[in-house]
Ligand binder design. Structure first.
Ligand SMILES: NC(=O)c1ccc[n+]([C@@H]2O[C@H](COP(=O)([O-])OP(=O)(O)OC[C@H]3O[C@@H](n4cnc5c(N)ncnc54)[C@H](OP(=O)(O)O)[C@@H]3O)[C@@H](O)[C@H]2O)c1
Length: 319
């Protein structure tokens, strides 16, 4: 099959098309014909070599964790069938989305409703799951909580603001000034421009600080945390791991999260979309063959929302 690969770490120019063996579906896995994917900052960070220690194994590597497409093959006893339109968060740590075909466990894929277009669905898995698991599982979000999302205009933050609003929370959003209107359109009750205002020095107190951008440490954020507040970060660096260890017994605790593929969570996100509580903004579309340009777009900073990749097989007219 055709896949976009890189054979060494480097800038976007290491990405190129190659012929590689199709993935082989194991028991309890599905084979998906990939119609669309999306680029997450982790794809670029892995490709550049910034996170060398995080992903062992050799080259070539096929980037990407988000897949939307059609079931090509699945276990006979599964609730899915060949031809079903699905979305998946690939559960292989090595990714593999930017190819003609991808495999994942049956527990990491779910069927798409007719109302959710394939390209929009492709923007959801990693970013949406990260936001949901951060707030619900790590933040213990409950109705009425005051939730601060740092990096609210980005791929993860855009989901987080809307998920928190859907759970009847009071939401503060932090982003650059030019994304103020976008954050307010997501439902944020309060906006902080990080270029002019340091929210950690404000008077407002928060029950959950979700640092989606990975820019504010627990030790800075604790000044605006309530007595039993939770701080959740997406940045899996050594400082964050240490913070998780040191603060877990304290009433104000902090945690670095790692998103885990889970079909139930995808269904929860789809449910919010169907109820009109989740709007998925797409910054731009690129053809899969132009993946280098898509990675450049993410690295240079998207305006807001997600960068989506379309394969040759993408059929927008059908849905
Ligand atoms: N641990 C995990 O499992 C996991 C999962 C997903 C993502 N992540 C990580 O989460 C981070 C965000 O991902 P993403 O997809 O949301 O990225 P993204 O789409 O590039 O969004 C980045 C966001 O950060 C904001 N930002 C930039 N500088 C900031 C600052 N100094 N203070 C506050 N906000 C700032 C941006 O606002 P403006 O655009 O308005 O400047 C934007 O809202 C990445 O580092 C990614 O690697 C981790």
């Amino acid at each position: 099959m055709h896949a976009m690969v890189y054979d060494d770490y480097g800038d976007v120019n290491v990405l190129h098309v190659s012929c590689v063996p199709s993935p082989v579906r194991q028991e309890e896995q599905v084979l998906i014909e990939v119609w669309a994917s999306s680029v997450n900052p982790i794809d670029c960070r892995l490709r550049s070599g910034e996170l060398k220690g995080l992903l062992l194994g050799g080259f070539p590597r096929v980037p990407g964790y988000d897949v939307a497409g059609i079931i090509a093959d699945c276990p006979p006893d599964s609730s899915l069938h060949a031809g079903d339109r699905v979305v998946a968060f690939l559960d292989s740590v090595r990714g593999g989305a930017c190819a003609d075909y991808a495999v994942c466990g049956v527990n990491a894929v779910t069927k798409l409703p007719d109302c959710l277009p394939t390209d929009v669905a492709a923007a959801m898995p990693l970013a949406g799951t990260t936001a949901l698991q951060s707030l619900r599982d790590h933040g213990g979000m409950k109705p009425g909580d005051h939730v601060l999302v740092n990096g609210a205009s980005g791929g993860v933050g855009m989901f987080a603001v809307q998920i928190a609003k859907a759970h009847d929370c009071h939401v503060g959003a932090v982003a650059s000034g030019e994304n103020r209107d976008f954050c307010l359109s997501l439902g944020a009750d309060k906006f902080y421009n990080y270029e002019t205002t340091d929210f950690t020095k404000s008077e407002e107190r928060w029950d959950i600080i979700f640092d989606a951008a990975g820019k504010v440490s627990f030790f800075d954020a604790r000044h605006v945390m309530n007595e039993k507040s939770r701080y959740v970060s997406t940045e899996p660096d050594v400082r964050g791991m240490l913070m998780t260890l040191l603060t877990w017994p304290l009433s104000k605790s902090g945690k670095v999260m790692l998103a885990k593929p889970n079909a139930e969570d995808l269904r929860e996100l789809i449910g919010l979309y169907e109820m009109g509580k989740l709007n998925i903004t797409i910054d731009s579309h690129f053809l899969m063959i132009d993946i280098a340009a898509a990675h450049s777009r993410v690295e240079s900073g998207v305006d807001c929302g997600k960068v989506v990749i379309l394969s040759e097989k993408y059929r927008p007219a059908k849905f």
